[in-house]
Ligand binder design. Structure first.
Ligand SMILES: [Zn+2]
Length: 66
């Protein structure tokens, strides 16, 4: 079957018996992403996660003077 990557609009041919092809056939709404794009997204997500670790949302420390 032929699928189009949602990110780079490249047409890819999938093996009809592959897991991803079956998934797409059962759920036509499921979007296909080619490997390079998938990798890119994964890396980006990881980067964001890594950066996010350095941002701490702390409520200002309040000293209780009672
Ligand atoms: Zn792609």
């Amino acid at each position: 079957m032929r699928v189009k990557c949602v990110l780079c609009d490249t047409i890819h041919t999938l093996d009809d018996l592959s897991a991803i092809a079956k998934k797409l056939r059962n759920r036509p709404i499921h979007t296909y992403m080619c490997d390079p794009c998938h990798e890119r997204i994964t890396n980006k997500t990881n980067d964001r996660k890594a950066t996010g670790n350095f941002i701490l949302y702390r409520s200002p420390a309040k000293e209780n003077e009672w």
